[in-house]
Design a protein around this ligand. Sequence first.
Ligand code: ATP
Ligand code: MG
Length: 412
Amino acid sequence: MAKLQPVRGTKDIWGEDALRFNHVVDVFRSVAERYSFEPISTPIFEFTEVFSRTLGEASDVVSKEMYCFEDRGGEGLTLRPEYTAGIARSYMSEGMQQFGMKKFYAYGPMFRYERPQKGRYRQFHQLDAEILGAPEPAADIEIIALAHQVLKELGMVENTVLHLNSLGDQESRQAYRDALVEYFTGHKDKLSEDSLARLEKNPLRILDSKDEGDRALLPDAPKLSYYLNETSQAFFDAVKQGLDAMDITYIHDENLVRGLDYYCHTAFEFITTDLGSQGTVIGGGRYDGLMEQMGGPQTAGIGWAGGIERLAMLLKEAPKPPRPVVFVPMGDAATNKAMQLLNMLRSNGVVADMGFRGNMKKRMKRAADANARFVAILGDNELLKGVVSLKDMDSGDQQEVSFADLLARVQA
Ligand code: ATP
Ligand code: MG
C-alpha cells in the first residue's frame, strides 16, 4: 500500500501558499529582467562530483545533506542541493567563456536532507542569480543591488538587514586561517565536537557555529578584517562605496563566513528577525576559485540564492487571485453560447469561468465563493434577445448587456 502522505520534509504547495510562492517568483523575474539578467535552467540532477568537489567535502551540505543515488546505468548522481555549481558547470560545458561575462537568473527546487522544521524542508525552492566571468567589484555591487531590489518590491526591505563581510583573497584567508587555528587550538577543551573537526578541515566555519560554547569564544578570536591584504581591502572598500552610492545600508559582520568552501572576497546575507533561526532569506558571495576547482579555466563569479518558501512566508499579505467573470448558463443552447462568449473574453485577456453544476442557486453561490466580479446569467430569454443578464457583484445591480457589448462592459 502506498502511503498517502508527502515524504517527510516535502510539501504540497497550493491555495494561498501557491499564490504567495508565485508572487515571489513573479517579482524576482520582473526585477531580474530589468537588471538585464538572462534566464537559465539547469538539470535537477548532476554528476555527484559537480557538488562534492566544489562545495567542499567537509561542508554540511556535502557531508550530511545531499541526496545521492546511483542510476540504472551505475552513474553516481545527486539531486542538486544548490544552483551555483550547476550553473558554473553549464558555463563551462556550453563554452560560454567566449562571451566573457554572463548574468543569469534561475529558480527551482533544491534537495537537502535536513531536519524539517518551519522554514526548513528537504525539498525547497530557491531564487538564484549569478554573474560569471566578472572579477570586478562592480559585479558584487550589481548582484547585491538586485537582491535588495527584489526584497524592496516584495515589501520586506525594512524587516531585513544586510550583513556584509569580506573573506579576502587566498593569501588573506590563509593568514587568517593560521591565526584562527592558533587561537582555537589554545581553547580546544571548550570547543564542540563539530568545531573540533572544523578546526582541522575548515576553521573559518567555527565562526558560523550555533553552539553556545563555541560562540563564547568568538569575541576574543582574531578578526578577519585585520588580515586582509591591500588588494583585498581595496576590493572590499570598492564594494562598500558602491553600496553607499546606492543607499543600500549594511552592517559589517565579521563572523559571516558562509558555509561553503568556494567563497572569497564578498560574502553577504539578508537576514530577517521575523523567522527565528531560519532568518536568512538570501545569502551569497564571490567564488573566483570555483570553476578552476571543477577542472576548468580560472573564472570569476559571484551570486546569491534566496529561499522562496521563506520569502513567501514573510509576505505581509497573500496576493489576491484576479476576480473572474463567471457565466451561469441554464440549458444546452445557452451553455453553448456561454462557452463561445467565455472563449471570446479569455482570448481578450479577461479572467473568466463558467458554472456548470447544480441548479441556478448553487451556481450563483459558487460564483460568489469564487469572488466573481460579474456574473453573466444566460437562459432561454437572454438567448432570444442576444444578451446576458450581467450582475455586478459589488453593487448588486443587474443589467442586460448585448453579446457585442459584453467585452467592453466587463473591461470598463
Ligand atoms: P541555513 O543557514 O538556514 O541552513 P544555508 O546557509 O544553508 O541556510 P544557502 O545554502 O545559502 O543556505 O541557501 C540560500 C537560501 O536558501 C537560504 O538563505 C534559505 O533562505 C534557503 N534555504 C536553505 N536551506 C533551506 C531549507 N532546507 N529549506 C528551506 N529554505 C532553505
Ligand atoms: Mg543550511
